[in-house]
Design a protein around this ligand. Structure first.
Ligand code: GLN
Ligand code: ZN
Length: 762
């Protein structure tokens, strides 16, 4: 019985690649240093998999930045603005596309399906010329071979590549990248021929778009692409790998009848329906099934007994020698190696498996299927599964009962948003076009140092509180001097909007090295939600009350919402996501009520990541939006009419979920907007009625550029053409945490001046 790994993290167990990349970009080291780190990482990964006993080991899953960008390089599809003159693409052109350079900006980046990984979006036009311009796939194959490891080279499949591409500026309306299929296939043929010549006997095409809702002509493109590749592929075993969801029945039919393909990879963790399809619709005889039973997107140890029985049920369908044990997707979406977690206690550790441990699980399952079950290993796994199920650290009956009671019921404030806004205005007495900011103020080196030293117990609690208090006082004074209407405390006590709450809630654990690549050299370290979530004590009331006591102006309480906490964490796999979300919602609800009781009149509950959690398939959107929006409402359904609830969202592209956003029933929403005014306003122009307060960001905080009063005023006027004067707020796009005071002061001055200017013109 064989084993396979779809892909492996590139960053290294201690983020070695990150540091090598950043040092290279800063010109502190040369290309050779960077390449050495990369070569060593690849070698150790191949060695580790081969020592674990994995039969089908991937190559070309390493990347200096992104696998889609690697494919763009392979195809020579460099946009003109990078002035590439042909030949093999080097670091300069490659990193210019990824990050921009002194003259031209980077290519666009977007989320890889519903993961937190971001890829570089190919930009194609009818006249894009293709040429074989990066031999990376072949050289990695040869590199592994020289080390004695015969790998399966992995390519982003040609159809997925085009479906993930966008039309270049100017041809957006008239051109579909998919029309370039016949242009890119000759390059794929060259690559395949070279891999064959180098000795490859397998090749893997990642075609994850097959799990999305596809139109008939898109499915047809798969059939024609593989038919055209077939002659070149002959003599090779060809695996088409899908992941992140089940393959819809129509697509399954197309997929399993592709020419030249001898193996299919399925995500059986998220794609349980695919499992039924294989059993009911049948599986082509003589072909391989790569069964992705080990979760590549989570950090939980596999339930080996359950996986084994799934695999055994498949054996009878596809045949013993045609079943390959695999991961659900590339392991790049999980943390790297549990051995580096020295601070997690052994009980929690026994419940976890990072990439290195998942490789071992895959191998153990393959061996067990082949009749060589490692009884001790399986027994230890079963014991860990049992301890996780019954642990009092996981189970809190009271929380479970309270959360279960929420399902199927509704929670919302009793009165309409317009009557609440009236009640709030009587109390708050704000001018028209009230000004505010999103929460954080610049985080200085000094501030980070104090927080770090407090954590390391190098400064006392008293000293820490004093330092933070001084910072809050400074931020309050700045805002009063600027004449901002609704103030924030600046969030100096937080390093991260999820971690800060996770650390104070029960049911969360934190890793030391559980990094996952987000984009390029950037990694995130999501908290692990392992148990029922509860709030032992108030989390933010102390600071918010302190800040409110410093000023007569309203001070916003500042919380992260349940959906965002959920979407930015590694979540439990032993209960549905919505259940975990409801638990978090109940904990945040208590905090909201404590803030209200402490005299806080305006409370902002950030849902920065609500849209990110949207499932891949449209058929699942309604269910997600229903419980996500419900969770948000749970947090604040109990407050008085006079307490003003704000929420904030970090994306502008929300036209498709506008009704859900309205359904959140917040009193005021602030949203990122400045880079896409037109899009947002078009929703309202199209007649969506919106009675709540709304603050579309008036300037881009992601850029150091300082906006002028005129430009902000102009923007606000454009908004006023579409939105009522009495609901419009004036605020930046997002938090100011990453900016410098030298940028923030003039930008906020311009913002307040713009609001005042327009007030005089109304
Ligand atoms: N309140 C948070 C801040 O201002 C919001 C951050 C975010 O939306 N990502 O930093
Ligand atoms: Zn934001």
């Amino acid at each position: 019985m064989a084993s396979h790994i779809v892909g492996y993290p590139r960053m290294g167990p201690k983020r070695e690649l990150k540091f090598a990349l950043e040092s290279f970009w800063d010109k502190k080291s040369g290309a050779e240093d960077l390449e050495k780190v990369a070569t060593d990482l690849r070698a150790s990964i191949w060695k580790q998999m081969s020592e674990a006993g994995i039969k089908y080991i991937p190559s070309n899953t390493f990347s200096y930045y992104d696998q889609v960008l690697d494919t763009t390089a392979m195809l020579g599809a460099v946009p003109d603005r990078y002035s590439w003159t042909g030949g093999e693409i080097g670091h300069d052109t490659y990193f210019s596309m990824a990050r921009g350079n002194a003259i031209v900006p980077a290519m666009e980046m977007t989320k890889w399906f519903d993961t937190n990984y971001h890829f570089i979006v190919p930009e194609l036009a009818p006249e894009t010329k293709f040429s074989y311009a990066s031999h990376k796939a072949v050289s990695e194959y040869k590199e592994a071979k020289a080390l004695g490891v015969d790998t399966v080279p992995v390519l982003v499949g040609p159809v997925s590549y085009l479906l993930l591409s966008k039309a270049a500026k100017g041809v957006e309306k008239s051109f579909s990248p998919l029309s370039l299929l016949s242009g890119i296939l000759p390059i794929y043929k060259e690559v395949v021929a070279e891999l064959k010549a180098a000795g490859a006997s397998w090749i893997q095409f990642d075609e994850p778009t097959l799990v999305k809702d596809l139109a008939a002509h898109e499915l047809a493109a798969f059939s024609s692409a593989y038919a055209e590749l077939e002659p070149t592929l002959s003599g090779l075993n060809v695996l088409v790998e899908t992941y992140f969801a089940d393959v819809p029945a129509e697509s399954y039919k197309t997929l399993t009848s592709l020419s030249g393909v001898t193996a299919y990879g399925f995500d059986l963790v998220r794609g349980t329906k695919t499992l039924d399809l294989v059993k009911s619709a049948g599986f082509p005889s003589g072909k391989y099934l790569f069964a992705g039973v080990v979760d590549g997107r989570n950090i939980w140890a596999d339930d080996l007994a359950a996986s084994l029985s799934t695999l055994q049920s498949l054996e009878t369908v596809v045949g013993k020698d045609k079943l390959v044990v695999s991961t659900s997707c590339s392991l790049m979406h999980t943390a790297v190696d549990l051995v580096n977690e020295t601070k997690l206690d052994s009980e929690i550790k026994s419940w976890l498996a990072f990439a290195a441990q998942k490789v071992v699980e895959v191998d153990a399952l393959a061996k067990a299927l082949a009749g060589q079950k490692d009884e001790a290993y399986f027994a230890a796994n079963a014991a860990a599964q049992a301890s996780r199920r019954s642990s009092p650290r996981v189970n809190n009956e009271e929380v479970q009962k309270a959360a279960a009671a929420l399902k199927g019921s509704d929670h919302r404030r009793a009165t309409t948003v317009s009557s609440r806004l009236d009640a709030q205005q009587k109390k708050l007495n704000l001018p028209v076009l009230p000004t505010t900011t999103i929460g954080s103020f610049p985080q200085t080196v000094e501030l980070r140092r104090v927080r770090r030293e407090y954590k390391a117990k190098k400064v006392t609690e008293e000293e820490y509180v004093k330092a933070i208090e001084e910072e809050i006082r400074k931020v309050v004074k700045i805002q009063e001097d600027l004449d901002i209407d609704v103030l924030v405390h600046g969030e100096p006590e937080r390093n991260d909007m999820v971690e800060y709450f996770g650390e104070q809630l029960s049911g969360f654990a934190f890793t030391a090295n559980g990094w996952v690549q987000s984009y390029g050299s950037r990694c995130v370290k999501p908290p692990i939600i392992y148990g029922d979530v509860s709030r032992p004590k108030a989390m933010t009331v102390f600071w918010s009350k302190m800040a409110q006591d410093m000023t007569p102006r309203p001070m916003k309480g500042m919380l992260t919402g349940p959906v965002t906490i959920l979407n930015w964490s590694f979540v439990r796999n032993d209960q549905p996501r919505f259940e975990t979300c409801y638990q978090i919602a109940l904990a945040i609800k208590k905090e909201v009520e404590d803030l209200e009781a402490a005299g806080i009149q305006v409370i902002q509950i950030d849902e920065a990541a609500l849209r990110e959690g949207l499932p891949l398939r449209k058929s699942e959107h309604a269910f997600y939006l229903d419980w996500a929006v419900h969770s948000f409402r749970i947090t604040n359904c109990g407050v008085q009419d006079t307490t003003q609830i704000h929420t904030h969202m970090c994306y502008s592209n929300f036209n498709d979920i506008i009704l859900s956003i309205i359904n959140m029933d917040a009193d005021v929403i602030t949203i990122e907007n400045s880079r896409s005014d037109e899009k947002l306003l078009s929703v309202f122009r199209e007649g969506v009625t919106y009675g709540a307060g709304i603050g579309p960001g008036v300037y881009d905080i992601h850029s150091p550029r300082i906006p002028s009063t005129e430009e902000i005023a102009d923007r606000v006027n454009k908004m006023l053409a579409v939105l009522d004067t009495n609901i419009l707020w004036v605020n930046p796009d997002c938090g100011l945490k990453t900016r410098k005071y030298a940028e923030v002061m003039p930008a906020l001055t311009a913002m307040v001046n713009a609001a005042k200017l327009i007030r005089t013109q109304l």
